[in-house]
Design a protein around this ligand. Structure first.
Ligand code: ADQ
Length: 741
């Protein structure tokens, strides 16, 4: 049976060694809960770091840990040395990736020693996975500590189903590009089949980096990379809603909430809960609270802030500095405002057990979740869920947290805007109960529906769909068997038609379109094919006829220029495909000029019967937006003027309606009645060609992606190789019967 292998930096069990004794403690975290139903069902295995440094364990202890984790927790430990932990975890993960991905560039350290260990430790995780992986297993890798792992696994297990989920934000391209090892990290992640993020913004940033750093283009989140399709999508992590919604009814939690309420008395209670991390905006939050007391004197002695901070990464200098800063701020605010019977800020620097934490959620009138940047933020969701019974409580939420995308009914603020934060806090403290209930109910519905279980199911289901999609593409790849059938069929046919697209099919795509003159090898290949009396060779292109004439004119082949607006016979005579007009250009040109002025790097090409807007050299994001705008503007005009829009690779072409490569090819097919037809192309303009071909024709798309073509080949080199094989076959004697595809 196929299993789920979960791989994360930490295991859901903490292993510790104190006074010579091993201790095992189950940890309850979002991720552990998320996959618990798969995991506890026994058909999964969790692979992660055992936490206690390997140097402190002897062989027998390691064996004991292994056995116990496997028997009791379906877990497999990865043992790391103190040096590994120092450089991979505290180093590269938390001093380079964490700050950079949260846009704290000033804290990021790019240390080659950290990087070398990060690579080495990712390999250790790879070996641990390889040790247990079986065919059919699904491997789900988690988070920024293991970004190289999917690629390392793909090299060894080309067929495996691999998913990767990033729990922290993905940064914008301008920041991600700062990392010296940016390409390696992207390549590592792209070793998976499905890459998940919390929000669509992070997906977009990731796609932009793939495009600009690796040149890997995407179509609706499907990235074509190294002969594979990798899907990227948003899966906002949820919480165990019922657990938090029902907890306030438990007696332990109720007692805790009552105790807190008693201590607060008539005052309002504002809650702040996070790991002590500079991304969480704790100092800004404290300053906003201070400003509230200053600007709204009516709240003095009427409100308490409970600030819970869980110690975190205490070995990293920036965290120690933050700790000092928070200590000082709390002291400052209390010193400034406290009275004999009122201490405005209560500060708890520790982790809390579940019942105390939820007791606080239940008792708090307002929760301030105001990170400067946060992948999702589960505290926001947990706080809202804990109000499911009475519907009371107001969430003030930073727009920089992924959770803000789902919790639109919270009071959303920019945490850098102190005034707005203060006013939101004041509004939260004075919000009528009816309004609180109405806002919370809407959020409850959403959180209940998309809970953590749904999140995990959704991700794994999407992974299966991606895998199926890849299989479909794989099935289309021209197998050795089909290739043989194709060449046999070619050899036997007395009359053949070969319709070949030029750019992207016979020649690779270049940044400058003028740089793709045919090379001697291609000319030789085409000549050899065209010299065969049984062959009718046609080259179809969107290029102008003068270019085709100059580059290929000497060959005895048919040519179709401007996507079939101009047709040339083998003898060299050019005709237009029908009565074509040009009057429309005067209306369309000014519009294209306006878009060109607004889009640096783009330019207009004028052909005899079309106008083309090129944007290959424009900024991809800007070009993307402009193309949609331009299409929208043009669609209205084209209908009324009998024009068609053609989208190619980084070009948008306006031309006479009905002119396309398919229509051109159709004529030749009808006239010559060949017994063998081969149509090859690579982009959207070639889809017309595939559609025009009869069902039995051999239609081949060069490159992967959705296509009407029956088959695909992975590259231009492959396409040429096939044509060379055909050229060689041409000399074979015709045999009995015809084989068609
Ligand atoms: P974190 O940065 O750890 O997670 P968060 O999402 O808020 O941040 O999760 C914190 C968890 O710790 C919550 O479940 C909360 O209940 C618990 N917790 C907080 N304070 C506590 C305390 N004092 N005592 C006990 N428990 C406490 C990373 C990303 C997030 C992303 C998650 C999940 O940084 O953006 O939401 O992963 O993907």
């Amino acid at each position: 049976m196929s299993r789920l292998l979960i791989v994360s930096n930490r295991l859901p069990v903490n292993v510790d060694k104190r006074r010579g004794q091993l201790h095992f403690r189950r940890t309850v975290g979002g991720l552990a809960t998320a996959v618990a139903s798969y995991h506890d069902g026994g058909d999964s295995l969790w692979i992660g770091w055992a936490e206690v440094p390997a140097g402190r364990l002897d062989a027998a202890e390691k064996e004991h840990i292994r056995d116990r984790l496997l028997d009791e927790h379906h877990a497999q430990p990865v043992f790391l040395t103190a040096d590994d932990i120092q450089h991979y975890y505290h180093g590269f993960s938390n001093k380079a990736l964490w700050p950079l991905f949260h846009h704290f560039t000033q804290y990021a350290q790019f240390d080659p020693g950290f990087w070398a260990t990060y690579e080495r430790v990712n390999r250790k995780f790879r070996d641990a996975v390889l040790e247990v992986a079986e065919p059919g297993d699904t491997i789900w890798v988690h988070d920024y500590q293991l970004m190289l792992l999917p690629g390392m696994l793909r090299d060894r297990l080309p067929e495996a189903s691999i998913g990767f989920f990033l729990h922290i934000p993905f940064p914008v391209f301008e920041i991600f590009r700062m990392l010296p090892w940016r390409a390696e990290l992207l390549e590592g992640v792209l070793g998976s089949d499905l890459v998940g993020f919390h929000t669509y913004d992070y997906v977009r940033y990731f796609l932009a980096s793939c495009r600009r750093i690796l040149g890997a283009e995407d179509q609706f989140g499907r990235i074509a990379f190294r002969d594979r399709i990798v899907n990227a999508d948003a899966f906002p992590i949820g919480i165990d809603f019922t657990r938090y919604a029902k907890a306030p009814l438990e007696s332990r939690v109720r007692r805790e909430a009552e105790r807190v309420s008693r201590q607060t008395g008539q005052r309002k209670l504002v809650l702040s809960v996070d790991r002590l991390d500079y991304t969480k905006g704790i100092p800004d939050r404290l300053r906003a609270f201070d400003s509230l007391l200053e600007r709204h004197p009516e709240w003095r002695n009427k409100v308490n802030l409970v600030c819970v901070a869980v110690p975190s990464r205490t070995r990293v200098e920036h965290y120690r500095a933050l700790k000092r800063q928070v200590d000082e701020l709390v002291g400052y605010i209390n010193g400034r405002w406290a009275t004999m019977d009122w201490t405005p800020v209560r500060y708890l620097y520790r982790s809390l057990p579940f019942h105390s934490l939820v007791g606080l959620y239940a008792a708090a009138d307002v929760a301030m979740v105001t990170p400067l940047r946060d992948g999702m933020n589960l505290v926001a969701k947990e706080y809202v869920a804990a109000s499911a019974e009475d519907g009371l409580g107001v969430l003030v939420l930073s727009e920089m947290a992924g959770a803000a995308k789902e919790l639109g009914e919270a009071l959303i603020i920019n945490p850098n805007d102190r005034d707005a934060t203060v006013e939101a806090l004041n509004a939260a403290l004075t919000m009528p109960e009816d309004e609180q209930r109405a806002r919370n109910e809407a959020m409850h519905r959403r959180l209940r529906r998309y809970d953590v279980q749904r999140w995990a199911e959704d991700f794994l289901q999407s992974l299966r769909v991606t895998k199926r999609l890849q299989d479909e593409y794989d099935e289309k790849l021209l197998s050795a068997e089909r290739r043989q059938a194709l060449t046999d069929s070619y050899a036997r046919a007395p009359k053949r038609l070969l319709v070949l697209d030029y750019d992207g099919t016979l020649m690779g795509i270049a940044a400058r379109p003028e740089n793709v003159r045919p090379d001697p090898e291609l000319l030789q290949l085409l000549e050899r094919l065209a010299d065969d009396k049984k062959n009718d060779v046609a080259i179809v292109s969107g290029r102008e006829r003068s270019t085709l004439e100059e580059w290929l004119g000497q060959l005895p082949v048919r040519l179709a220029a401007e996507h079939g607006a101009w047709l040339r016979s083998r003898e060299g005579e050019w005709v237009t495909s029908g009565p074509l007009t040009n009057a429309w250009k005067e209306r369309v040109r000014p519009l294209l000029e306006m878009f060109t002025d607004r889009t640096p790097g783009s330019f207009i090409e004028e052909k005899d019967f079309s106008l083309v807007w090129h944007f290959r050299k424009a900024h991809p994001d800007m070009a993307g937006t402009r193309v949609s705008e331009l299409k929208e503007t043009l669609v209205g005009m084209t209908g009324e003027m009998g024009l068609g829009l053609l989208e190619g690779k980084k070009v948008l072409e306006v031309k006479n309606q009905g002119v396309n490569k398919g229509q051109a090819a159709h004529r030749w097919m009808e006239r010559a009645e060949p017994q063998f037809i081969l149509a090859m192309g690579d982009d959207r303009t070639d889809e017309d060609l595939f559609e025009a071909a009869p069902e039995w024709a051999w239609t081949i798309r060069v490159g992967r992606g959705p296509s009407r073509a029956a088959y695909s080949l992975s590259s231009v080199d492959d396409a040429r190789m096939l044509l060379w094989e055909l050229a060689a076959e041409g000399d074979r004697e015709p045999a009995e019967g015809l084989v068609r595809s």
